[in-house]
Design a protein around this ligand. Structure first.
Ligand code: SF4
Ligand code: SF4
Length: 366
């Protein structure tokens, strides 16, 4: 059974503030044991798509960076470029977005290094020989860093149900070719009954794969499965052609985690913030209302346990009215499934099967 440490978010002048809780979680979960003095520590986080306002606050990330520095590590913030067009598809745009979002020295005492370089082509290929992938391709910075601190924002995700530590690590570090590999199963289909012909999907498509003449139609040869149209459609008229593909995408992400973690046993720590839990990830250039009140912060050495614990805490929260949850508000209801009707547990089951961690955990409140 793995240990997952938890801190709630209540704070007043009598109690400790959030950065101090982050520091204490870091110590309790022994995240400092994942690196030694002088090590280059990759702090994997999401720097926020321009227009999105619910990515992790740089002040939270700063508190993690402070602890790495205190223990003698050399932290740097990192993420890989995106597959879709937008504000982070190359390192120049990505760094500009990071600066605008406050990931700068006055706020976070660490440089930002885009893991897969200028165009998402600086990658290493690691052999895994698993069910879906023979090799995985991810940003060189992840490979060369001595240790990784995976700092994740828990939220919903159209292709994986939720995004937590595994998604942040596996998909997040994938190079352009790696992301293509993970997404390529996700061919979207248009429900013509629902499509209004508004054209939003076509404008969001990085491959000009959508033609709208009254109704949208997708050229499956040009489509790379990035899912942008899916997120962009205001009428929910786009979804996966084959629902089974959502299981396979989760499993591919886990195989990427397996490859990234290979050779880094004991050198990766995880902190997950279950705050501002929006229905979608931080990749769209907008943020919907959070669907539950802020829950808290988790820390662990086990990516599977921390994801399972975050999902359980989220599902056991009371849903907020007037959000994308609709009427699925009661504590204990599967709210991830209410947001995206899919089996989101596939990633956890497969990660456990591959020995990346345990779904059985002990939650220790600090
Ligand atoms: S965004 Fe949705 S509703 Fe608009 S054209 Fe595309 S599929 Fe149809
Ligand atoms: S059709 Fe949709 S999923 Fe395919 S490339 Fe275009 S935006 Fe991405």
């Amino acid at each position: 059974m793995s240990e997952v440490y938890f801190a709630g978010l209540r704070a007043d002048r009598q109690t400790e503030n959030i950065p101090s809780k982050i520091h204490r979680l870091f110590e309790k979960a022994r995240l400092g044991s994942t690196f030694t003095k002088g090590d280059l520590v990759a702090v994997k986080t999401h720097l926020g798509e321009p227009g999105n306002t619910t990515f992790l606050r740089p002040q939270f990330v700063s508190a993690v960076v402070d602890m790495i520095r205190k223990d003698g590590g050399k932290p740097f913030l990192t993420d890989s470029n995106t597959l879709y067009l937008g504000g982070r598809s190359n390192a120049v745009d990505h760094l500009n977005a990071a600066v605008r979002h406050g990931f700068t020295y006055p706020v976070v005492d660490a440089p930002v290094i885009i893991a897969d370089g200028l165009l998402g082509k600086d990658e290493v290929e690691v052999e895994v020989g698993l069910k879906h992938c023979r090799t995985v391709k991810f940003g060189t910075a992840a490979y060369h860093a001595s240790s990784i601190m995976v700092v994740s924002h828990f939220k919903g995700h159209l292709m994986t149900g939720f995004g937590g530590a595994l998604k942040n690590l596996g998909m997040g570090f994938g190079s352009r070719a790696g992301k293509l590999e993970m997404h390529k199963l996700a061919h979207p289909a248009v429900d013509e009954e629902v499509c209004t012909g508004c054209g939003t999907c076509a404008r969001s498509c990085p491959r000009s794969a959508i033609d709208v003449r009254g109704k949208a139609s997708i050229d499956s040869v040009r489509c790379i499965g990035c899912g942008e149209c899916w997120v962009a459609c205001p009428s929910d008229a786009i979804g996966p052609e084959d629902p089974q593909s959502l299981i396979e995408i989760q499993e591919k992400i886990v195989e990427y985690c397996y490859g990234i973690l290979k050779g880094k046993e004991g050198r990766v720590g995880y902190m997950t913030f279950v705050v501002d839990v929006t229905p979608h990830c931080d990749c769209p250039g907008w943020s919907d209302r959070p669907v539950v009140p802020d829950v808290g912060i988790l820390a662990s050495l086990d990516p599977v346990a921390i994801d399972q614990a975050a999902a359980d805490l989220f599902n056991n929260s009371k849903g907020l009215e007037g959000t994308a949850l609709g009427h699925n508000l009661a504590p204990g209801e599967d709210k991830i499934r209410a947001l995206v009707d899919m089996d989101w547990t596939a990633q956890l089951r497969y990660a456990e099967e591959l020995g990346l961690g345990s779904r059985t955990y002990k939650l220790i409140e600090i």
